[in-house]
Design a binder for this molecule. Sequence first.
Ligand SMILES: *Cc1c(COP(=O)(O)O)cnc(C)c1O
Length: 408
Amino acid sequence: MARFNTQLVHGLPVHDNDTGAVNPPIYNSSTYTFPFVGASPRYDYARSGNPTRDFLEQQIAQLEHGTRGFAFASGLAAIHAVLSIFKPGDRIVAGDNVYGGSYSQLNDHFTRWGLQLTTVNTSDDFERLERAISGNGDTAPAKAVYFETITNPLLQVNDVNRIAAIAHRYGALVIVDNTFVTPYNQQPLDLGADVVLHSATKYLAGHSDVIAGLVVTSSEDLAERIYFAQNRLGGILPPQECDAVRRGIQTLALRMDRQQKNASAVAHYLLKHPLVSKVHYPGLGEGGDRELAAKGLKGAGGVLSFEVKEGVDPAVVLNNLKVFRLAVSLGAVESLAELPARMTHFEMPREERLKVGITDELIRLSIGIEDVDDLIEDLGQALEKAYEALNDHQTIDGFDQQIDKLLS
Ligand SMILES: *Cc1c(COP(=O)(O)O)cnc(C)c1O
């Protein structure tokens, strides 16, 4: 059987093409002819199935080691389809710092449809997690646990294996958003997850040019339920977009290798910077690699975040970046920077935000595939501008010497 990198490039042919074209065709057809009345052709109407989509769906199922894959018009459409398999009264336990749009879909949409929601920290307090899942005798056990492998923007690592073991004790399904990690760094289904999903907008497509979502199931029963939701709710990914994601996936490993290498170098640079008080990047520090491996991760990904010291204005840093683009989203070839408190997480009440550790000084970086020295120089000059913008009487002890040492 083909190995992972070969799977990225070739996928699984859908056997629809005898022209010799090396790329699968893009079928712009909403409907398909029946050979005769009463026939049941493989394709009849493109909401139900399309060969271009089939290619991508088979490929993601293969990469995530699942039974079947499904492509949706966005990550949130994928999540919507997955959560729609539950019914009123069912309780879902969700990680307490999942993607804002996912949280809002659960909290503002699905609770209106009768789902109950319990949020809890899924990365370090397993006793509390178990109480939340079991219902602790007060309510029925949860029907599902929903979390992200690496959280945003603080990059906490969730232990899929451990969470799945607890959830399965109470019969709860384990749904993992693997957007930040990708199957290149971890295949959650191998660690006990039942459903894995992606905002393919990010690393899988990888070029900031398409919005897409993917879902992979671990069993045929779940696949049937997700297929029903895909076909009946109708949030499918159009063929052009399917092809854009397919093309992105071909270079996933190459991009991720460079992004991780760059991200690690940037994280180590920031750790030593006198204006930086904290750096969040999985596996940073001694024994970090072992810690990641223990949680089943082959790499830490390309997103990191850091906090500037009190008094330093993070907006000045961001407004002075030249190589990094000031933008939300992540996982693409170009480096992006943003201020969670005022951009990706502005909807979160400040108190809640601070409680989960998203401070006003926190800057998030999505590291691209540029020359890392350009990224580091860019951050250096922007931090220097922020230093110059400090009040005259406000200085940071030894700043100049520390900067000199860093640059030497
Ligand atoms: C972006 C993102 C989503 C939502 O995906 P869209 O493609 O924007 O709908 C969900 N989860 C995570 C972790 C994300 O980063």
